[in-house]
Design a protein around this ligand. Sequence first.
Ligand SMILES: [Zn+2]
Length: 74
Amino acid sequence: MALGDRHQKKDVEAALKRAEAAGLKVTHKRNGHTWGLVICCPCNKSHRVNCTPRNAGDEANKIDNFTKHHGGHA
Ligand SMILES: [Zn+2]
């Protein structure tokens, strides 16, 4: 990710880094409450990332779950 594309919550940012390291595509497309998407291209599946999650740890867990299911597909 380019500088300036970081998520404001460090737990979420760390989960996004793990997703990227697993080969998933992270796109920053801020739109309302949406920060962006984590995408598994081969499966055509995506996970929407909230930009202001009530619970950053919970949001990070959801991203980690998606990474666990799809990491290594790309
Ligand atoms: Zn996948």
